[in-house]
Write a protein that binds this ligand. Sequence first.
Ligand code: UT7
Length: 337
Amino acid sequence: MRYGATIIGTGCAFPESRVTNDDIVDRLEKDNISTNDQWIRDRTGIRERRFSDIDNPDEHNSSLGVAAARKALAMAGRTPGDIDQIIYATCTPDTLIPSTACWLQHKIDAPQAWAMDINAACSGFIYGLATAEQFIQSGQTRTALVVGAEVLNPFINWRDRGSCIIFGDGAGAVVVERTDADAPARILSSHLLSDGNLWELLYIPAGGSRREVTPGRFSKNLHKIRMYGKEIFKVAVRTLAEFATRSLESNGFTIDDVDWFIPHQANYRIIEAVAKRLHCPMEKVVVNVDRYGNTSAATIPTALDEAVRDGRIQKGQLILLDSFGAGLTYGAILMRW
Ligand code: UT7
């Protein structure tokens, strides 16, 4: 390894429209589907989420990514011209072609960069950050922009009260830069894994080349998210705890050494159960699922940005990022801030 990689700027952006649980209740009522604020709070910890207005170009996925990226670049003291790699983690791209990374590059004007998307669903940001780390370590990249962003609301199945309540839209971004291989502040390790055998737990049946959206499939909502929440819940708790432990043990740390634990924000109950398994006090866990819901690839970078900007995260601290997502995909990154 020739170099280390370190985060020098963070940013996030959300659409304007706040959608409360009562708004969801009203929406479902129109189709005679019942839910209530209490159930959603108790079972998920979510109070509200943001939804992009997809007719507003400023709230397209790439536009939220641009807003988050600009804040991250400002914090880093870098300009778009400094970026030589753009990694955009999303499963809800602006368009299938070109990549959302290229849309972002076009919008911020980063002529020195090469840009690509990564689809690892909710683990996308971790996969993206780990990829940037490898390019930086090898010497190929000096300054990378890694974005995790989603506009999930067009893919929500409003006939399924079990899944429509959890998702939200948003974007988080980080600027990652080359540092010394043994610098104190750097990414210490990344651990990634996926299990494609579990693809059926969370997927969108139509809309890819495997099954195009026909009028018949459209009427059956096959272009919307299909999720088996109960099954994912169990896998999520087990694998998040496993990956956190694997990450810590490989670096000779225990959970007591961690200053901030930032798990994927899918459901507050999952976060709580994982913290309990790890014996990690909730005071050390960064949570934003209550205000933004599950924003998939955006949950970890937005939570990270919040904790950096409000001063919880301080220089020298040990930060553990931990994710799971559709695929299924898993990953953990440990870093010294
Ligand atoms: O980030 C991507 C990966 N996705 C996830 O991580 C999701 C993980 N799973 C979850 O977050 C939870 O499983 C859910 C929030 C999706 C569901 O919570 P749950 O505690 O697992 O509920 P459940 O599916 O076991 O349903 C319990 C009961 C059922 O009624 P019965 O059969 O006990 O009478 C459901 O029909 O709650 C009912 N229910 C609802 N009731 C009111 C399901 N959804 C709703 C709802 N409002 N929205």
